[in-house]
Design a protein. Sequence first.
Length: 412
Amino acid sequence: MLVVQKYGGTSVRDLERIGNVARKAIAYKEKGNDMIVVVSAMSGETDRLLNLAHGIAAFPDEREVDVLISTGEQVTSALLAMTLKSMGYDAVSVLGCQVRIITDSSFGKARINDIEKEKILQELRAGKIVIVPGFQGVDEEGNITTLGRGGSDTTAVALAAGLKADLCEIYTDVDGVYTTDPNICDKARRLDKISYDEMLEMASLGAKVLQIRSVEFAKKYNVPILVKSSLVEGQGTLVCREEDMMSMEKVVVSGVTYSKNEAKVTVNKVPDKPGIAAKIFTAVSEANIVVDIIVQNISHANTTDITFTVAKADAKKAYKMMEGMAKEIGADSVSVDEDIAKVSIVGLGMVSHAGIASKMFSVLSAEGINIEAITTSEIKISCVIAKKYGELAVQALHKAFGLDREDVKEEN
Ligand code: ASP
Ligand code: MG
């Protein structure tokens, strides 16, 4: 079998942990597998390097930033190769520009276009454990590029797809994908399996186990990903096609997610006539601000309120812009609320079940929680609520949709 394993920053944070990674890779190698190991930088290293760059300029040169931050992965690759050799196993590090993981030239968020296979295959044939630093690639001109934060996941999945690996394991500091954040709800359960689409929704809603792009990649090339902990034994969570979930008990909702990173902007008493929404959101998008939820009220006396949510980091900018916009279009006023939370339920079963939305709203209302905005997709429903009720909402929804772990005793 050809196995691709990826180890995240906490799994390689010091020499002791790198030794642990080496032993895990060796155990697979000993079973007769060909091994490719993708590593992240030591935890905190990418941030440290970015801080250095930002100590020089607010917007440091993007090409040079990639030269800088790609070094974190290079360090752990070399250390892991040395460790394996010291344990008596042949290993070799092959950098992104040596494999030739070819990307476009968008520094800091490059996309992989192609992976040349020959170098890696040659080293595997020579019996070596091949170490590939995650996160880095090279563009057609030979410039070093990086794949965006968390990009080592994508390196691993892309290698697994390109080399047709039999198994792609992503080792991290949690033992799988959970029904919700265990820090918020102690009854959260590890899922045995989750579909690509559910994982994409969960990832975009703030569950940070895998880089979103790696899941998109896995879906496109049908690479099942096994998410596991490098520190505790366990079977992990398999991220796979919906078709491969069939054996699972049919659950309607697979997970509850929670995000506090958004803010809500409302433009009050907007004249209700064609072109106003277009005007508002063209301005917002031209400022490169990503909008999530949009709500427009029914109009009264020819005016309406338009509310939208943006990342908290963009709230001030959006507010300022809307103040100018309100004057221009003759709206009454603008308000901003940063104390909001977004709770969402995600599940493939929603497509075929009626009454999921009404159940969600009833659960929230039974807790006395007011819903300020709602958005839905085929397999997701999100509600914006006051931030102080966020954790309560997660716990109530988790229970109501039957996700609570049974082995945790009810308190009281
Ligand atoms: N080291 C990079 C980061 O911190 C990439 C990764 O770890 O996946 O974002
Ligand atoms: Mg990660």
